[in-house]
Design a protein around this ligand. Sequence first.
Ligand code: ADP
Ligand code: MG
Length: 240
Amino acid sequence: AQAQLIQSEKLSSLGRLSASIAHEINNPLAGILTFSKLLIRTLEQGPPNDATRRSCIKNLALVQRETERCSAIVRNLLDFARERPLALKEVDVNKAVEECVQLLGHQFMLSGMELAVELGPVPMVEADFGQLRQAFVNVSMNACEAMARGGKLVVRTQLLEQAHQVEVSFCDTGPGIRPEHLAKIFDPFFTTKESGTGLGLSVVYGIVQRHHGHVEVKSDLGKGTCIHIRLPAMEARKEA
Ligand code: ADP
Ligand code: MG
């Protein structure tokens, strides 16, 4: 009976994956198809004049954008599917936070969101810099998406001395997470967004696990959400 249960769980998550890929990729593909047909039909009519040429270029730019969107989706799925081995180095968590903020600063500005970064003095951690940054980006993106109507994200780093852990906290003033959703947000494919993949936080969970860390979520409906990522600090170097 138990094996059956597992099997049906697998099937349903495969079903959900298929549905979300289909949904995510179908829209850009429809655009690519429409505009390629249009381009062929236009160019078949003979050498284009200036105006036609300009409109062809505009349409091709759209085809390019939609293609890039498809490849981003596929990249995300690959990130999720393949658990890349960690390239461990001595990493400054503050630096990974800074790069994450740099990557997303533009997006935050566009959505009129406030962003505050409070970097504390933290010891190094043994980590894969790229994967850590990826985890921070995924968490920040969710905050950004949750605060579509404006708000503030505070990213904070500090040393938890007792636990000898470095903590990175992402606190937003978004709508919060419903209590009945809280237990599911790390599940692959769980999403409450119309065009979400539900993969972001499961990738975060995997990355943090492989770093022997923990993720904690605290959410207040109507007030906001805090995601705390805690990573073991490296042994303090003996000072001479
Ligand atoms: P996706 O972003 O594609 O929906 P995620 O795994 O990143 O997938 O997130 C899963 C779900 O967790 C989201 O759909 C959303 O409901 C919830 N969630 C995550 N972060 C936040 C947040 N900061 N505020 C409110 N809800 C959140
Ligand atoms: Mg997400």
